[in-house]
Design a protein around this ligand. Structure first.
Ligand SMILES: *Cc1c(COP(=O)(O)O)cnc(C)c1O
Length: 377
């Protein structure tokens, strides 16, 4: 059996979790959380990093910080996870979906401007598969129309666009440490990156149930009280201890994934040259993190047949994202701007291959042989 995913485990997590437990400070913002914050601020080069309980919650925090109100519009691709939209729908926003580019499956930056109305407040680019969206264009549109940019960088840890870490380019960046992502904090977790200093203090308050507790701990106010809306968005320190085990080996994990990605690519290139399949594109200026290895087949029927072959061989290859605009809640809370030229078509052709830290050469061979056999090679 070849699983689709294995949560990253480097070996030091057990020791760190134990040490967190023994410190008797296992609630939020303990020693391991502080270490992680510092690592992100230095490594990504951002003003402020705040661990959250999930990427979903990091996105919710961004929506609260932007004061998204009933009737505001937020632009994003339809080819994404539900949380990208839900975070803004929870504040009453209408979601305006824009088509994706067929090469990266990221939002098509050339179609954003025509989706903007007087109600538009924010653009939410999703860095699909950890490959950067065309951020120069997106930031230019945002500044000309006075819009905020929230990067859904759930899949993008360790990736960059023109030398800048994903998540550090827009006003906010949201990352996921779910077990299916490149780095995990014991299964569920996330991170909010704040790139505009004016949001930092309020972000700390919203994350701490709407109280100024973190100012209190820093001795900046003499009692802490309820000052704003908020929720409990900070994770326990035991989760951060697990994450620290991964961050310490961040380059090793990244290199290992990139090497698996390249092996898939090299072994499948012949099929692409023969016009049977399409392989991912990494645009110039983008450095990726091998979050995903996907290929695109001819159509939905061919994908169903290929997935059946994988199932027979006990290999867990998957597809994902029923485009949000065609899902029941997407119909209710959103609208598609322009024509769906690629979103549905590309989503039906996509197959994700097993990808995780520690994937072996033999496993990669086995997976590729199923594909080659399927195409008669
Ligand atoms: C995984 C993912 C999320 C949600 O992350 P959680 O940490 O599970 O909340 C959001 N957006 C995208 C694009 C994702 O891949």
């Amino acid at each position: 059996m070849i699983p689709f995913n294995k949560p990253p485990f480097t070996g030091n997590e057990e020791q760190y979790i134990l040490s967190s437990i023994k410190s008797s400070k296992i609630s939020g913002d303990g020693e391991f959380t502080k270490r992680c914050h510092k690592w992100f601020e230095e490594r990504l080069g951002c003003k402020k990093a705040l661990l959250t309980t999930s990427c979903t919650h990091a996105l919710e925090m961004a929506a609260i910080l932007l004061d998204i109100q009933e009737g505001d519009e937020v632009i994003m691709p339809s080819y994404t996870f539900v949380s990208t939209a839900n975070a803004f729908v929870l504040r009453g926003a209408k979601i305006v979906f824009v088509d994706i580019r067929p090469d990266t499956l990221n939002i098509d930056e050339t179609k954003i401007e025509e989706a903007i109305t007087t109600k538009t407040r924010a653009i939410v680019p999703v860095h699909y598969a950890g490959v950067g969206c065309e951020m120069d264009t997106i930031m230019d549109i945002a500044s000309r129309h006075n819009l905020f940019v929230v990067e859904d960088a759930a899949q993008g840890m360790m990736s960059s666009y023109k030398g800048k870490a994903l998540g550090t380019i827009g006003h906010f960046g949201a990352f996921s440490f779910h077990e299916t992502k490149n780095y995990t904090s014991a299964g569920e977790g996330g991170l909010l990156i704040i790139n505009d200093e004016k949001f930092i203090q309020r972000a700390e308050i919203i994350r701490e149930k709407g109280t100024n507790r973190s100012l209190f701990f820093r001795g900046m106010v003499d009692k802490y009280s309820w000052v704003d809306i908020g929720s409990s968005y900070l994770p326990n320190d035991v989760s951060a201890a697990y994450l620290w085990g991964g961050l310490e080996k961040a380059d090793e994990i990244n290199d290992n994934r990139l090497s698996s990605w390249q092996k898939y690519y090299d072994k499948l290139q012949e099929l692409e040259n023969d016009g049977m399949i399409e392989l991912p594109t990494i645009p110039d200026g983008c450095v990726q993190n091998a979050h995903m290895f996907y290929l695109k087949v001819k159509d939905l029927d061919e994908r169903t047949a290929l997935l059946d072959e994988f199932k027979k061989e006990n290999i867990w290859a998957v597809f994902h994202y029923v485009p949000l605009h065609s899902a029941p809640a997407g119909v209710k809370y959103g609208r598609f701007s322009g024509v769906d030229e690629f979103t549905t078509k590309e989503s039906e052709r996509l197959v994700r291959l097993p990808m995780y830290y520690g994937l072996s050469n033999d496993e990669i061979d086995t997976v590729c042989n199923v594909i080659k056999k399927f195409y008669g090679k």
